[in-house]
Ligand binder design. Structure first.
Ligand SMILES: O=C(O)c1ccccc1NCC(=O)[C@H](O)[C@H](O)COP(=O)(O)O
Length: 263
């Protein structure tokens, strides 16, 4: 692990320990959100008519500081949906990204048709149950901050709850940790978390190591619609984009213009 991830994960472990002392898993399981049937990200990304764009709600980040502190989750959700996104990603980490669980709950009230990814740093099964309870359809498992065993256990738990998993990797070593890649959604993060540099070559370099049976998602640093056309040629079905939309005054409109250009 590198410094920023180490810091985030250490903070997250404390946060989750405190939450677990306050909230019982049985309470989460009884919540109305827990009863709903999740929407499949896999199905959405495999649909030939899908734009493939997973548009993110991101107020701030360790690499950029404040990105957008004026656009509400409601207006961005409505904008992304009318733009034709494949899915929404919502950063629920408060300390480093300024997100909240309430953001996801409020987005879910508006978005009844497209999958929502809970973008957070999962370090405990409790957060997976919580993700389902707040209305998420998909969770993120970051190979850089989990052991092989945790990746397997958390992946199985999510699957048992009917949630999809986006497994995130930066390099071959992390890809190897996931084990069997068949039928999984694999996200290649183009952002080097030591230097914060983004390089789309990361996606291209790892693409050939991922079997055709899995779904490839390219994450971070995408700002040019022509990049999508290029990445599709390497077999990518999904494209996770945050800052490029969120840094504008109207993220929904920027997303719409972007999607129009990819055709
Ligand atoms: O964005 C960061 O600075 C960051 C730092 C440390 C860990 C994760 C980080 N980002 C999370 C993400 O994966 C991105 O929000 C997502 O891929 C969208 O990226 P972008 O389009 O570049 O906003």
């Amino acid at each position: 692990m590198n410094n920023i991830l180490e810091t985030i994960v250490a903070h997250k472990k404390q946060e989750v320990a405190q939450l677990k002392a306050e909230i019982q898993v049985s309470t989460l399981v009884k919540s109305p959100g827990f009863q709903r049937t999740p929407i499949s990200l896999k199905r959405e990304l495999l649909d030939p008519k899908s734009s493939g764009i997973i548009a993110e709600y991101k107020r701030q980040s360790p690499s950029k500081g404040i990105i957008n502190d004026t656009s509400s989750i409601q207006e961005v959700t409505e904008g992304y949906l009318s733009a034709g996104v494949a899915a929404q990603s919502i950063l629920t980490d408060k300390e480093f990204f300024g997100g909240t669980l309430i953001d996801l709950v409020q987005a879910r009230e508006i978005n009844q048709t497209k999958p929502i990814l809970r973008k957070d740093f999962i370090v405990d099964g409790f957060q997976i149950v919580e993700a389902k309870a707040i209305g998420a359809d998909v969770i993120l498992l970051i190979a850089a901050c989990l052991s092989k065993k945790e990746l397997q256990q958390f992946g199985n738990l999510a699957e048992d709850l009917g949630l999809d998993v986006l497994y995130e990797v930066h390099n071959q070593e992390e890809l190897d940790k996931i084990g069997d890649l068949d039928n999984k959604i694999i996200g290649i993060n183009n952002r080097n978390l030591k230097t914060f540099q983004v390089d789309l070559e990361h996606s291209i370099a790892l693409a050939s190591q991922i079997p055709d049976s899995s779904i490839k998602v390219s994450e971070s640093g995408i700002s040019d619609p022509r990049t999508i056309i290029g990445l599709k040629e390497y077999g990518f079905n999904g494209f996770l984009i945050g800052e490029n939309f969120m840094k504008t005054e109207n993220p929904g409109f920027s997303c719409q213009e972007f999607i129009k250009q990819i055709g």
